[in-house]
Design a protein around this ligand. Structure first.
Ligand code: NAP
Length: 259
């Protein structure tokens, strides 16, 4: 399918690895020029080189921490005019409800709620002026069904979801859509780090930790960044203009709910 977005320009935050990279790759495959970001310059450059060589699109890279005001300013200054925003950042650490203090919540809110909101505030006005735009926020399955060990994520991402629900309806008249993608478990470094926690806490091997988790997923496997990226690119496509303010689960059926 031609996604109808060839020649558009996308900012994909936190995109040197994992789900952000999957989104960047799928958008590049659709002919979209990219602004890619991550904190580690070497992996960011590697990812951009690999995408350029496969899809022949223009890519600007900005190594910066997207969760800081200075990092965002650097990314936005290099970005120029943006048609598509994919917001993303690393997820908060796991723990127990009784572990977290104010500082932990502030850090999680900064990364997973206030960062996407700041990026949207910066980029939405120009998209609205030009009558076309797409925003996809990478959130989490934990918005729909809380993950006990990820209370910081549950809290921060639910706040973002509330903001998007109202904002998406206010920008839609200008041809701009905002939607959230809610990943369940996908095979990325983040999944490996969560599995490492389970393996250490339960004294089991990494393979056992993964098999244990896969058994809870009706699809009986982890998702891939390519599958995730394809869904993201569709939401950014010309065909998705009537999808407004939605929260779409990509979790292999793991969330047991009728709707
Ligand atoms: P990942 O494999 O750890 O990749 C994270 C990417 O983001 C890397 O490119 C990393 O590069 C970059 N990054 C992290 N923090 C950043 C920051 N402050 N500023 C700029 N770039 C940053 O993670 P993932 O699995 O793709 O997860 C992406 C998001 O989805 C996370 O918020 C995660 O919690 C959420 N999620 C993931 C899953 C899953 O199963 N994978 C499930 C639910 C939710 P640098 O380290 O070089 O900065």
């Amino acid at each position: 399918m031609d996604l109808g977005i060839k020649g558009r320009r996308a900012l994909v935050a936190a995109s040197s690895k994992g789900l952000g990279l999957g989104c960047a790759e799928a958008l590049a495959e659709a002919g979209v020029d990219l602004v890619m970001n991550g904190r580690t310059e070497a992996s960011l450059i590697d990812a951009a080189d690999s995408i350029r060589s496969r899809f022949n699109v223009e890519i600007t890279t900005v190594a910066a921490d997207i969760t800081t005001e200075a990092g965002r300013a650097e990314v936005l200054a290099a970005a120029g005019q943006i048609d598509i925003l994919v917001s993303n950042a690393g997820g908060p650490p796991p723990g127990l409800w009784s572990d977290w203090d104010r500082e932990d919540f502030i850090a999680a809110l900064d990364a997973n709620m206030l960062t996407p909101i700041a990026l949207m505030k910066a980029l939405l006005p120009d998209m609205m002026d030009r009558g076309w735009g797409r925003v996809v926020n990478i959130t989490s399955q934990s918005v729909k069904a809380p993950i006990p060990a990820l209370g910081l994520s549950n809290a921060a991402r639910t706040g973002l979801t509330g903001y998007v629900a109202g904002t998406a309806r206010q920008v839609a008249p200008s041809g701009v859509t905002i939607n959230n993608l809610m990943p369940g478990i996908h095979a990325t470094d983040r999944a490996t780090s969560l599995d490492t926690g389970v393996s250490e806490a339960q004294g089991i091997s990494m393979d056992e930790a993964r098999a244990q988790r896969e058994a809870t997923i009706p699809a009986r496997r982890y998702g891939t960044r390519q599958e995730f990226g394809a869904a993201c690119a569709f939401l950014c496509s010309q065909h998705a203009g009537f999808i407004v303010g939605q929260n779409i689960l990509l979790d292999g059926g793991a969330t047991n709910a009728t709707i």
